[in-house]
Design a binder for this molecule. Structure first.
Ligand code: NOJ
Length: 988
């Protein structure tokens, strides 16, 4: 072989290799490279070495302790034996539904600790509840109850300070049980105490009440056993050529939180990690780094890592078959969390250690005790997820970039030619002249309004990107206006901060500054805006994508903003970093709400998020790769977002980087249709991969998947509505649906859609069969061919055929699923389409389901303009069933976290309901009715009409467990009943 042939062969081989997805790990800190994390872990290591001899130096003083007369608030002083001249306040607030809020702050410190995270995260000031308090010598106990009647007690031990939650006689959460609480107080650099070289373990703890009252004299203070002998990174710290000046010195906060009975912990997004969080500390730890919460733009992130990503929700669920509890650790600062499963055998619980860089302690204990109760409790704190417009649940086609108006319209046309539904076409940064958002590149988009009108013709929408970096040039009105209003983020010396992003040198608006709010919203005004003052070339059909809002700064430390930058109120960026992105999305969402009268619901996609972001729109999992591993991890990532309040989320279908094979892309569409936010997107360097470009059979299989998504839009919309009233997420992991079934607690490769359907997406190449876990003694019907499968209470693994054209998707026995089976070009065109009801009978011949409908775009539903049906199937006679449709609103007057009580505004005769009076049920499909009916009647009022039907006998052996075969299917065509009406269909 000649050299040239070898070289060519090698080149060909390289070309065939999948693109290497290598995150530049060295761009991002490890715990050891972050001074406060290092200090936190070192503290934990000293405690572990000391074993039982270790004791927390913090204690609650008896003196001055006050509990208000309503029994709502305890106020006390905390003392640390390390620094007797420093004092801390401890506040415990009793909240309704068995929640407690625990805050700790330094009293009269040299500076104020950041205490505004709750202001941004909480929906409103939580109302106070009451508890019965009892004060003993060693403890104070507050007794309260959950709304479900469970008993909750908060035990506060004076010395050492230890707080624990007890539920029905069991300790479920303990704070500072391992003695890792440490609030580094503000100090003057020169005054820093000289390190005291004492033996590693000499806790000299306060012992009992006496020590509390008489702390050791400063001279005897043995800080080193606790804090370490060195001032490690107190006053400045460098990384990657950047120096953080740390003018305030050390101010981190460390706290151990143990869940003594939990088997799993979930939550704390965003990480590309399994749903049940793998441990980061011995024994048997899967990761060596703690989970990091620090909103970062991580290029080509790893698909299995505790590294920080774009958003942060410091909410953790701790779960076992005995119950679920949660902690919300409200901090806006960088935070690291170690997770361990201690070695005391099964049932020893989960222990966690949280270290955050700045701010007060503001911790919420959510008692659950079920995942459903937690969703309500978290929603009551941080607000309901927004109900999106219906179109936003349709398919979104994005690419970096559609390069011109012609390109955009061509993409739309090709979707139509391929008979593929589409709701939204997206524009990435190239639409904006020199990346000056709000300013169209007129060379390629000469008449944006005409383009938008053409897009809107089949009732479609567009989304354009608006990033938070503002090109620093006097010719950019958005930048100059921000400058004039003095709402730009500052450097530590008070001068305007300049960072680099897509437009080159950029400034960043400070959305913590109240003066930025109305100004920003004004930029989205329609119609009346003057040239150069608002978005003159926009229309009501253009919605917004807020990207890069961590914020991403290409030349900044860890690709973000220096921590010593300054925001409104003099707060450092360090204090508010994780909150920053949410405030940008919030103002954009409000802008879109305000731009029309009457208002329409906004759609804003954000990359960065924080607790409360669910009120403002959707998020996605950022720059994933076109690999099977990234496709797979997208499932636990979106499930984790779902259980932490982010109901509207998805991953880029196809992967942002790389060129997925047709098989991978096809499987990715089959997965993407089960995310609430469903968007195909691709990097500018990738090959075009719109689904119409696929060849058959891929093309028609993807069309089927898209049609299934649209057929299920009534299901998705109903579930998004449910999320907006109860916080229960549309997609649900096993532990949420079956909180007592241990076999499902770690499952994150299959999930439920509501509680009616189960899907196990295929995420590997060449698959023809898939194993599915059924966790209950119930029947499941395959979506594709109605094959019946029977699970068992102890859990059953079944294997189903899953060639490329088949998604392992099941109706769960006992549920009624409303579908719309007429393919349309876009979702608004379905508004008057008839429904098919699939009644998947349970083993007990029963089923139930719901359907929520409204105009899909305005806020009129909050005034009662809606249709909300409840469907039931109950036994009728020996072999038959009775299917009924009832008005759901009156039956659930209080199931709401809205500010409005629907039942008081609602009338079944509302204008919206009247507007869809013509919409009928065109088909009822009953699965699992094993005996042939002799008659089927529709009963509406006093009218009784005989209906035509077709019953097909199934092939499964009835009555035998685990016996598979095709279910019996009854089809009632055109039953003549309206979707807005009460009716009954009797099958006998
Ligand atoms: C980063 C985003 O994650 C990606 O989706 C987008 O295409 C690029 N920014 C360009 O705007």
């Amino acid at each position: 072989m000649t050299f040239a042939v070898v070289a060519l062969a090698l080149l060909a081989l390289v070309a065939l290799l999948p693109p290497a997805h290598a995150v530049k790990s060295h761009d991002f800190k490890t715990c050891a490279q972050s001074a406060f994390c290092r200090r936190g872990r070192a503290l934990a290591a000293r405690a572990a070495d000391a074993g039982d001899a270790w004791q927390s130096p913090y204690s609650l003083l008896h003196d001055g302790l006050d509990i208000d007369s309503a029994g709502s608030t305890l106020r006390g002083r905390v003392h640390s034996a390390l620094y007797p001249h420093i004092s801390f306040s401890l506040h415990v607030h009793v909240l309704p539904d068995g929640l407690f809020r625990i805050s700790m702050d330094q009293v009269d410190g040299l500076r104020k600790r950041y205490d505004e995270a709750a202001r941004w995260a909480l929906h409103r000031d939580p109302p106070l509840g009451t508890a019965k308090w009892s004060r003993g010598e060693r403890h104070i106990i507050a007794r309260s109850t959950t709304s479900e009647g469970g008993e909750v007690e908060l035990h506060i031990q004076y010395a050492p300070l230890r707080i624990s939650l007890w539920q029905d006689g069991k300790e479920t959460v303990s704070l500072n049980g391992r003695g890792l609480l440490h609030m580094e107080h503000f100090r003057v650099k020169e005054d820093a105490p000289a390190p005291v070289p004492v033996p590693a373990v000499d806790p000299a703890p306060p012992s009992g009440e006496q020590a509390v009252l008489e702390p050791p004299a400063p001279a005897q203070r043995p800080t080193a056993w606790f804090e370490g002998a060195e001032e490690d990174g107190y006053w400045s710290e460098s990384f990657g050529g950047h120096t953080d000046s740390k003018p305030k010195g050390p101010e981190s906060l460390s706290l151990d939180i143990t869940f003594p009975h939990a088997q799993h912990v979930y939550g704390i997004p965003e990480h590309a990690a399994p749903l049940s969080l793998p441990t980061t500390q011995p024994p048997g730890n899967a990761y060596t780094e703690p989970y990091r919460l620090y909103n970062l733009d991580v290029f080509e992130y790893l698909p299995d890592s505790p590294m920080a990503l774009y958003g942060s929700i410091p909410l953790m669920h701790a779960h076992s078959a005995a119950g679920t509890v949660a902690v919300l650790f409200l901090t806006g600062a960088e935070t690291w969390i170690d997770v361990a499963r201690p070695e005391r055998g099964a049932g020893a619980g989960m222990s966690t250690h949280w270290v955050t860089e700045s701010g007060i302690l503001d911790l919420f204990l959510l008692p659950g005790p079920s995942p459903a109760a937690l969703f309500k409790q978290y929603t009551a704190l941080t607000g309901p997820s927004a109900l999106p417009q219906l179109f936003a649940l349709g398919y979104h086609q994005c690419r970096w970039n559609y390069i011109s108006s012609r390109d955009v319209l061509d993409v739309q046309r090709r979707f139509d030619d391929a008979r593929m539904p589409l709701d939204v076409t997206w524009l990435d940064v190239e639409y904006a002249e020199e990346k000056k958002y709000f300013v169209w590149d007129k060379a390629n988009f000469p008449d944006p309004r005409a383009m938008l009108a053409a897009v809107a013709e089949p009732r479609r929408k567009m989304v354009a990107i608006v990033d938070p970096h503002l090109k620093k040039t006097a010719s950019y009105f958005v930048y100059t206006q921000a400058q004039q209003r003095d709402v730009l983020i500052k450097k530590s010396n008070g001068q305007e901060y300049e960072g680099w992003c897509w437009p080159g040198a950029s400034a960043y608006a400070d959305f913590f500054h109240p003066d930025s709010w109305a100004w920003w919203r004004g930029l989205f005004r329609l119609g009346d805006a003057k040239e150069g003052e608002g978005w003159t070339d926009s229309t009501k059909d253009l919605f917004i994508w807020n990207d890069m809002n961590e914020p991403s700064v290409f030349n900044g430390p860890e690709i973000t903003m220096p921590k010593d930058n300054l925001h409104h109120g003099g707060w450092e960026h360090r204090d508010v970093h994780n909150i920053n992105g949410m405030l940008f999305q919030k103002q954009t969402a409000l802008a879109l709400t305000e731009r029309e009268h009457p208002a329409k619901r906004p759609f804003v996609l954000s990359r960065s998020f924080y607790p409360g972001s669910q009120k403002y729109g959707a998020v996605w999992t950022g720059d994933n790769g076109g690999t099977w591993a990234h496709m797979k991890v997208g499932i636990p990532m979106t499930l984790t977002l779902a259980v932490t309040g982010m109901s509207f989320a998805g991953a880029d279908v196809g992967g942002f980087f790389g060129n997925p094979s047709p098989e991978m892309l096809t499987r990715w569409y089959q997965l993407g249709i089960f995310a609430t936010f469903f968007r195909g997107h691709a990097h500018i360097d990738t090959k075009r991969r719109e689904p119409y470009l696929l060849e058959d059979p891929y093309r028609s299989i993807v069309r089927d998947a898209l049609e299934l998504r649209y057929a299920m839009l009534p299901v998705w919309y109903t579930l998004m509505h449910e999320a907006s009233v109860s916080g229960t997420p549309p997609i649900r992991p096993h532990y949420v649906v079956f909180p007592k079934h241990e076999g499902g607690f770690a499952i994150d490769d299959q999930f439920y859609i509501g509680d009616a359907m189960l899907v196990k997406p295929v995420t590997d190449a060449g698959v023809t069969e898939t194993a599915v876990y059924l966790p209950e003694d119930q029947v499941y019907y395959s979506y594709s061919d109605y094959t019946l499968h029977r699970g068992s209470a102890s859990g059953t693994h079944i294997t189903v055929a899953s060639p490329l054209d088949t998604i392992p998707l099941f109706y769960r026995g006992g549920h009624i699923v409303p579908l719309r089976l007429r393919p349309r070009r876009s979702s608004p065109l379905m508004a008057h389409d008839p429904f098919t009801l699939v009644v998947a009978l349970s083993t007990k011949r029963t089923a139930q389901g719901e359907l929520y409908l409204d105009d899909g775009e305005s806020f009129a539903y909050q005034q009662g303009e809606l249709v909300w049906r409840q469907f039931t199937a109950t036994k009728a006679g020996k072999k038959g069933i009775r299917i009924a449709s009832l008005d759901k609103v009156p039956t659930h007057p209080t199931e709401t976290v809205y500010d409005v009580d629907l039942s008081s505004k609602y009338s079944a005769q509302n204008e919206y309901a009247k507007s869809i009076e013509d919409v009928r049920v065109e088909r009822i499909v009953v699965l699992g009715l094993s005996a042939a009916p002799s008659t089927v009647h529709a009963v509406s009022g006093s009218a009784k009409v005989a209906l035509e039907f077709k019953w097909t006998k199934g092939s499964h052996a009835e009555g035998k467990k685990n016996q598979e075969g095709v279910a019996s299917v009854l089809v009632v065509k055109d039953p003549g009943v309206g979707i807005t009406k009460d009716w009954e269909i009797v099958i006998e």
